[in-house]
Design a binder for this molecule. Structure first.
Ligand code: DAH
Length: 341
């Protein structure tokens, strides 16, 4: 019996090492180790032997069985490796640097984000830093402290979104001036950028839009600083162009002005120009010297300090810069429009 086992064992070893095919190897495994395989059958026959003999033979057979199992699994791994190598040899080499078959879509920044970055960066270069305030504001910061009395038309319920008096959605970024001055002492040179809300909707107005506000306070800030500053700003965003300061009324500045830039389309000649309605000028921002009452509201001494302030709509700057005609197209999320930036 032992001889018989050794013979089977030898024969199996030779067959395993010469096999070249995975399926064949599996058939061989079944032939020896399967339920009705040679080794399994011999194991079953042990039942009929007496104890001592059975133990002796059992050990030999189990050893042979273990060895066969591990030889088969070794050979199986070898054959698998060979198979992969053969397949790789047959196939074309892969160039992993080739572009994929589905083009990747590159995203881009929203035009409002882009101009905002440009506007803020150009002013950061001359010393401004960015501050922020809440969009849900109190009447006090949005109006009162900005020298805007109760009867002022801007406080009309038709223009401002009230949540619950005195809580409202800020109608401009100017309340950030008050919040900043209340928490810091001069000298100040800050920008506030963000969303503002007004009850308005047509080709040039949306209920939400963005503003950028600037504020500078020190001992001797003058109108000349304001002019120089805005000239620098416009030159940076649109290239050098003539500006004009037109006196205008904003309750929180004195004197106050609106700044116009020569029309980028008709270059100021105004002949049948739809961009500037044939005036030759484009309105850019509101500005002025901080009103003494505003300083009083924040406990700054108006005899010691002067300040300049300006505020502008970011959508308007973007429309002029990119020649966009309908303000609403910024917010309709039409890919074809947004993809151009
Ligand atoms: N807050 C004004 C508005 O929304 C814009 C403005 C005008 C801001 C003059 C200023 C300023 O800081 O000095 O219409």
């Amino acid at each position: 019996m032992i001889d018989n086992i050794q013979r089977i064992r030898e024969e199996a070893r030779i067959r395993i090492s010469s096999i070249e095919d995975l399926e064949e190897l599996d058939r061989l495994r079944v032939h020896y180790l399967g339920k009705k395989g040679l080794i399994t059958t011999i194991l079953h026959q042990l039942k009929n032997l007496e104890d001592e003999k059975r133990r002796e033979l059992g050990a030999t057979i189990n050893k042979a069985k273990d060895e066969l199992e591990s030889e088969i699994s070794l050979r199986k791994n070898e054959l698998r490796k060979l198979q992969i190598e053969r397949e790789l040899e047959k196939s074309q080499p892969i160039d992993v640097t080739l572009p994929g078959s589905v083009p990747l879509e590159a995203g881009s920044l929203h035009p409002i984000t882009r101009v905002t970055h440009q506007m803020v960066n150009c002013l950061k270069r001359i010393g401004f830093s960015v501050v922020s305030g809440p969009e849900v504001e109190l009447e006090y910061y949005n109006f009162e402290a900005l020298n805007t009395p109760e009867h002022h038309p801007a406080r009309d319920l038709q223009d401002t979104f009230y949540i619950n008096k005195p809580v409202l959605l800020r109608s401009h970024t100017s309340p950030v001036q008050i919040r900043t001055m209340k928490s810091k002492q001069p000298p100040l040179q800050v920008l506030a950028v963000g969303k503002v809300y007004r009850s308005d909707y047509d080709v040039t107005h949306t209920p939400m839009f963005h503003q950028m506000e600037g504020l500078m306070v020190d001992h001797d800030i003058s109108l000349a600083d304001l002019k120089g500053l805005l000239g620098y700003f416009i030159k940076n965003i649109f290239g050098a162009r003539p500006l004009r300061f037109r006196p205008s009324y904003f309750p929180f500045v004195e004197p106050g002005a609106e700044v116009d830039m020569q029309c980028v389309l008709c270059k100021g000649n105004g002949r049948e120009c739809r961009m500037c309605s044939s005036t030759g000028w484009l309105e850019i921002c509101g500005c002025g010297m901080v009103h003494p009452n505003v300083f009083k509201a924040v406990n700054y001494d108006p005899d010691r300090y002067t300040g300049l302030a300006f505020g502008m709509g970011i959508e308007r700057i973007a429309m002029l810069k990119y020649g966009i005609e309908d303000l609403r197209s910024f917010f309709e999320n039409d890919y074809r429009m947004l993809e151009q930036f």
